[in-house]
Design a protein around this ligand. Structure first.
Ligand code: CTP
Ligand code: MG
Length: 172
């Protein structure tokens, strides 16, 4: 194989591996979320919901837990369990806090729950995960740039699959 292609593939696999706790946290929230909304149904001062019904406690807790478990397994793999747990926790929690921040912004600019906000929907959780995890680990600019490019593609693919499986009302 062409060595350049090998390098690019290597980077892609590394980014997916690094971001895995965030991805799993997001998918887990989608799969197991629901119930009491994080904003308890409260409105903001503009009269619209603070976050909306798509951001729930169960999604936040289960998603963060699953991200932490993935981090634990990654830590086991390299023999640094406590760091794995910490990084997984921060990536998972960061993904869901970022997603909630995205919902907050959407409600403020009057985009209803589940309505599309291109780029924001695909990047809010990535930025949240990278910001929180940077407290303990900085992966470097190339990794961050690749994560910002491939995460939206993976996110849209996962959502399309969820839609096909009947778990989501819209394909995006
Ligand atoms: N979810 C959840 N709790 C979270 C995050 C997500 O329960 N903290 C679940 C919800 O069922 C949500 C689904 O995952 O509907 C998909 O998340 P997302 O696409 O971010 O929510 P939307 O319904 O599109 O709402 P919003 O417009 O606020 O993004
Ligand atoms: Mg969202």
């Amino acid at each position: 194989m062409n060595p350049d292609i090998f390098n690019v593939l290597n980077m892609l696999v590394y980014v997916i591996y690094f971001m895995l706790p965030a991805y799993i946290a997001n998918v887990s929230a989608l799969t197991f979320g629901g119930g009491t909304p994080l904003d308890f149904g409260q409105n903001f001062r503009d009269g619209r919901r603070i976050l909306g019904d798509g951001v729930t406690w169960k999604g936040l807790v289960v998603g963060t837990l699953m991200g932490t478990i993935v981090g634990l397994l990654q830590g086991l793999l390299v023999g640094n369990i406590s760091f794995g747990i910490l990084l997984g926790f921060l990536l998972g929690l960061g993904a869901l806090v970022g997603d909630a921040a995205g919902s907050f912004i959407k409600r403020r600019i009057n985009i209803g729950r589940g309505r599309p906000a291109p780029l924001l929907d695909q990047l809010d959780f990535v930025v949240g995960a990278l910001v929180l995890s940077s407290l303990v680990f900085y992966p470097g600019l190339p990794i961050i740039i690749i994560a910002l490019i491939i995460s939206p593609i993976l996110h849209l693919s996962a959502n399309a699959i969820s839609y096909a499986l009947g778990m989501k009302d819209v394909w995006y």
